[in-house]
Write a protein that binds this ligand. Sequence first.
Ligand SMILES: [Zn+2]
Length: 97
Amino acid sequence: MSCLDQTSAQWFVEASHSYVEGHQKCAWCGGVHQVHKLETETATEFSCNRCDFLVRYDHQLDRYVLFSGDPRARNTSPLTMHDLEVNVSAGSEHGTE
Ligand SMILES: [Zn+2]
């Protein structure tokens, strides 16, 4: 079971928006200037220094992977998710480590 109410794809979109519009803001904990964007030939990844939140989109596999951040650090007022249109076809993985 997962306590997350958003899919990996939704987290990726939110992380992307937060990064661009929120000065490298973390979608999970809300910390600014905490998120690093990593783009490789096969994937795009956002990771947070502060809460260990990480979300990755694998272009080749068309798959999203989510590593949830510290639950104690989670921002209780996330962006409005209803503005996002995400066609979720990929399964989600919730990393434990
Ligand atoms: Zn964070």
